[in-house]
Design a protein around this ligand. Structure first.
Ligand SMILES: Cc1cc2nc3c(=O)[nH]c(=O)nc-3n(C[C@H](O)[C@H](O)[C@H](O)COP(=O)(O)O)c2cc1C
Length: 228
């Protein structure tokens, strides 16, 4: 009796290949060049972000970032991705915030994009690295003065007595820096999520969603389909 599998593109149902045959084709797929597979995944993410910018009403760069504390308790929130390349996914935040403290404790994180208009999801898992000083400074200079002042005024994630207190702190920062350039607060950092796995999920006909997973292994990047 034949055994069937739903693997491979288009969910074409086909007989399972003979084991040796499958191993040979897997080897061939691996030899196709692993760095190219990673580049392919990053290119696809960059293309999707471009499409999302065209069609999404709000916040196309928003991704849900999940981090974990040392007691393995997960937390998640939205952040904006500011750069995507083979170096990783860059975002900025306060190192004293809940996520900042957690990323210092456990340097693994997961980010999820979902674009409603595109009906596409991307999941990125990987290692968190802090950006170097020159990169931080360059990005800080692109921020508006208002957002720079808020970065000084807001003790992100700490409890706030009332909204008036925050407005007063912004006002105090305004006076403190007067006409000067607002310097970058030492706790305001940029992070790079360096991918070890990238999964693309695309809505499909009759819930036959397409899932493609790119994964870093000891010998390089692999690509496989996953069941929906
Ligand atoms: C669309 C959107 C984009 C956001 N972008 C950022 C961001 O880039 N950096 C950031 O620190 N917070 C951002 N926030 C706020 C965070 O979701 C969160 O409230 C804040 O960072 C504190 O999170 P934490 O207490 O879990 O550390 C954004 C919120 C939304 C809704």
């Amino acid at each position: 009796m034949n055994t069937f599998t739903q693997e491979e593109a288009g969910f074409v149902i086909r007989p399972v290949e003979h084991r040796d045959q499958r191993m040979a084709s897997e080897r061939h797929a691996m030899e196709i060049s692993k760095p190219d597979l990673y580049q392919q995944a990053i290119d696809r993410l960059v293309t999707l972000l471009g499409e999302a910018r065209r069609v999404e009403l709000n916040e196309p760069n928003a991704m849900t970032l999940a981090t974990c504390d040392r007691n393995r308790r997960p937390t998640a929130r939205t952040v904006s991705v500011k750069d995507v390349s083979t170096d990783g996914l860059v975002f900025y935040t306060n190192e004293l915030s809940v996520k900042g403290v957690q990323m210092a404790e456990i340097s693994q994180a997961c980010a999820v994009f979902f674009w409603r208009r595109l009906m596409e999801q991307v999941i990125v898992e990987g290692e968190i690295k802090v950006l170097d000083e020159p990169t931080l400074e360059t990005y800080w200079q692109t921020r508006t003065r208002e957002s720079q002042l808020v970065a000084w005024a807001s003790e992100q994630s700490k409890s706030l007595r009332d909204r008036h207190t925050l407005r007063r702190r912004v006002h105090e920062a305004k006076i403190a820096f007067r006409e000067e350039k607002v310097p970058r607060p030492p706790y305001w950092l940029g992070y790079c999520l360096v991918p070890s796995r990238i999964e693309f999920w695309k809505a499909g006909w009759h819930r036959l969603y397409e899932r493609v997973s790119y994964k870093r292994t000891e010998t390089g990047w692999t690509k496989e389909l996953l069941n929906p």
